[in-house]
Ligand binder design. Structure first.
Ligand SMILES: [Zn+2]
Length: 269
């Protein structure tokens, strides 16, 4: 059984994502505006503010955690671990899903039937869309870049023989901008259970790996470096919802991400 069928509480982890370098999360070309930039960033249709889709954050966290888990455990071959295939357009995307109860990737992010998995496994993690903070919005509104809350970055590809430049424009959210993020972990065991602990440790490992990786496009060219800041964990046991019992709040106070994860777990034990 990969799911106890229980709901014992929620651990809500929130904080800020600070951009260390410019961020480009692109949008579908169909939504291009007339007179818009070549490669626009995704924006909220109502407010026009750039945001980080929860799906982008989730996808990156999952892929980093899958690769870390594949490295840490013995598997016969790469296809045995990356056992699921998806075809988007004509691009083959391989990833991992399994029915192993102790697999934190599939516990956090879920797995669906097929490739030896008999039952759907709902993920325990919700990643919300990340909104720009009010402070960052104010700062960016005060700068005239010609674009609303973003900047335009010019890049060149050089012909190797003639040195002719092939310029292009990328829209990106400037370095220094902050977004609010919220991750909701739905617990089906109590916080002193080893599965709960393994899930939370894996989640923080993924956050830490992402800090040394990149979010969005053009990561190898320096885009999308981020840091997680000012974390707060609120644990709401089932009684919070049924009997108005207090939540337990644990704030990050200068600890590294992994040390903070241990503080959260030891406080809740
Ligand atoms: Zn798995």
């Amino acid at each position: 059984m990969s799911n106890t069928g229980k709901l014992t509480g929620k651990l809500i982890i929130s904080g800020q994502i600070e951009l260390k370098t410019g961020l480009h999360i692109g949008t579908n070309k169909d939504t291009l505006e007339i007179g818009g930039v070549d490669n626009p960033v995704i924006r909220d249709p109502l407010t026009r503010e750039p945001y980080i889709p929860g799906s982008s954050l989730k996808g990156k966290l999952r892929s980093l955690l899958e690769r870390a888990q594949f490295s840490a455990q013995p598997y016969d071959n790469i296809e045995q671990f990356y056992n699921k295939t998806m075809t988007t357009g004509n691009i083959l995307v391989r990833h991992h899903e399994c029915s192993d109860e102790s697999c934190t990737v599939c516990r956090l992010f879920g797995a669906s039937t097929g490739a030896g998995i008999n039952e759907n496994r709902p993920g325990r993690l919700i990643t919300e869309d990340c909104r720009m903070t009010g402070e960052s919005k104010e700062q960016l509104e005060a700068i005239d870049t010609g674009l609303y809350l973003t900047e335009q970055k010019s890049e060149n590809t050089l012909d190797r023989i003639t040195s002719a430049a092939n310029p292009r424009q990328q829209e990106r959210v400037p370095r220094g901008t902050s977004f609010s993020f919220t991750l909701i972990y739905t617990a089906d065991t109590t916080p002193n259970n080893n599965l709960f602990k393994a899930d939370i440790r894996s989640l923080f490992t993924a956050l830490r790996l992402l800090e040394d990786d990149a979010l969005g496009g053009s990561g190898s060219r320096g885009y999308g470096r981020i840091a997680f800041k000012d974390l707060k964990a609120a644990y709401r046991p089932l009684e919070y919802y049924t009997e108005a019992k207090d939540e337990v709040i644990i704030s990050q106070n200068g600890e590294t991400l992994m040390a903070y994860a241990e503080k959260v777990l030891s406080t809740l034990e």
